[in-house]
Design a protein around this ligand. Structure first.
Ligand code: 6PG
Length: 476
């Protein structure tokens, strides 16, 4: 037994994680169901560090120092269960299985409980950053037992991205906490991308600008508060020309956004937890809508010319309005995502540190952004912050952006350019700050048709009005 850690599942993410571990001085046992991948990894990258290739699962496990730590990087669902079933009989009490795939946190909770029964640690771990991140330093979100983190922490913190000398990895909390946080990360990723896409669409409609020009605008935004990986690659994608046609790349890509499911899981979980993550939900639904080609074609035929035009007077002012609206909407999306993490943490007793979560998203991951530092600061200063929106910097930024935000949403509606995430983020903001909500009327209706009762503003108790009788009020 010579390897400190093992990786099974050597598709591109697993392969890059294994290389990252080896490059950082760890001896890595590597295994894949079909051994060609193991061989090619060692043949192509064997010089990067110490790999111990194994062709059978038994040899792979035998190559590991104890307590053994096995990273599995396979497809979520059935394939993950199959690999676990194969591993369990080969392992001993105290050994650790790390699932670095995008598993659903409920599956992770189930697996963790089952493996605990065998004396094994099961560590559902979120890994973000795509292929490059896995190789050069991802953001790592491990769940599982504190005991397992004593072995894994030093390894993961070493291979993770580093920001200001701080690793983008920390123990998130027990059982499914790591996968839950990764799921919400992906939900925020959906919202962030939808907002960027709406900003692009609005600017294109309003300014009549070509993608290459718009790339410049995003490049410029990337040097301010919006600085982030996603804004940076937006400039890159918009500036790219399709070699085959000479047209802007974005114009030759079919406009149907796909998804592997983590955004959907985030929304499903938020519904269960009762947390309004409207930005993430709009983003997820916007992707589904884009895929309904038949309905879109039918509606295009039925409503030609239903849109208006957006006449931009001052171009710079319009760009600045969209930038501010984007920033404010983005703050809403993050505020909602962190609300969901807090709610999940309470529901499942995970004790997740919100500031700590923001800290490890500052580098390596897809949503890495300058303003995550501010989120960390906000939660560090006030762990019980009711919503990120009211933390000083965020409140000031949103306040400054409100007139732009309203103009952009109004112009989008007038011009007939769909901006569901911008519009619903603004509506969320207005609902949250409203003195009175029409929820009072909903309570009245519920009481009227179903005797569902209501509370009063002026005294304690639960009441019902005898709507079909003499309309007197009774205490329920
Ligand atoms: C990451 C990403 C990654 C995710 C892709 C694709 O953090 O590195 O979130 O985990 O799988 O972004 O997700 P969709 O196919 O659902 O867009």
């Amino acid at each position: 037994a010579t390897a400190q850690i093992g990786v099974t599942g050597l598709a591109v993410m697993g392969r890059n994680l294994a290389r990252n571990l080896a490059r950082n001085g760890f001896t890595v046992a590597v295994h894949n169901r079909s051994p060609e991948r193991t061989r090619s990894l060692v043949a192509e990258h064997g010089g990067e560090g110490r790999f111990v290739p194994a062709e059978s699962m038994a040899d792979f496990v035998a190559a590991l120092e104890r307590p053994r730590a096995v990273i599995m990087m396979v497809k979520a669902g059935g394939p993950t269960d199959a690999v676990i079933d194969e591993l369990v009989p080969l392992l001993d009490a105290g050994d650790i299985i790390v699932d670095c795939g995008n598993a659903h946190f409920a599956d992770t909770r189930r697996r963790e409980e089952a493996l605990r029964g065998h004396g094994l640690h099961f560590v559902g771990t979120g890994v973000s950053g795509g292929e490059e991140g896995a190789l050069r330093g991802p953001s790592i979100m491990p769940g599982g037992s504190a005991e397992s983190y004593r072995k894994l922490g030093p390894i993961f913190e070493r291979i993770a991205a580093q920001v200001d000398g701080v690793p983008c990895c920390r123990h998130i909390g027990p059982d499914g906490a790591g996968h839950f946080v990764k799921m919400v990360h992906n939900g925020i990723e959906y919202a962030d991308m939808q907002l960027i896409a709406e900003a692009y669409d609005l600017l294109r409609a309003g300014l009549g600008a070509e993608p290459a020009e718009l790339a410049e605008i995003f490049r410029d935004w990337n040097s301010g508060e919006l600085e982030s990986f996603l804004i940076e690659i937006t400039a890159d994608v918009l500036g790219h020309t399709d070699a085959a046609t000479g047209r802007a790349f974005v114009d030759v890509v079919l406009d149907r956004a796909e998804q592997k499911g983590t955004g959907r899981w985030t929304v499903q979980s938020a519904l269960d937890l009762g947390i309004p993550i409207t930005g993430i939900a709009e983003a997820t639904f916007a992707r589904s809508l884009s895929g309904h080609a038949d309905q879109r074609a039918a509606a295009r035929r039925a409503f030609p010319g239903a849109g208006g035009t957006w006449q931009v007077g001052d171009r710079d002012a319009a760009v600045e309005d969209v930038r501010r609206a984007l920033l404010a909407s983005k703050i809403v999306a993050y505020a909602q995502g962190f609300d969901q993490i807090r709610a999940g943490s309470r529901e499942y007793d995970w004790n997740i540190d919100l500031g700590g979560t923001a800290t490890i998203w500052r580098g390596g991951c897809i949503i890495r952004a300058r303003f995550l530092d501010r989120i960390r600061q906000a939660y560090d200063e006030q762990p019980e912050l009711p919503t990120l929106l009211v933390a000083p910097w965020f409140a000031d930024t949103v306040n400054d952006g409100v007139p732009s935000w309203r103009r952009v949403v109004a112009e989008a509606a007038r011009a007939g350019v769909p901006a569901p995430a911008f519009a619903s983020s603004l509506a969320y903001f207005d609902a949250l700050r409203a003195e009175r909500l029409p929820a009072a009327l909903i309570q009245g209706l519920r009481d009227n048709f179903g005797a569902h009762t209501y509370h009063r503003v002026d005294r304690e108790g639960t009441y019902h009005t005898l709507w079909a009788g003499d309309r007197s009020e009774v205490e329920a």
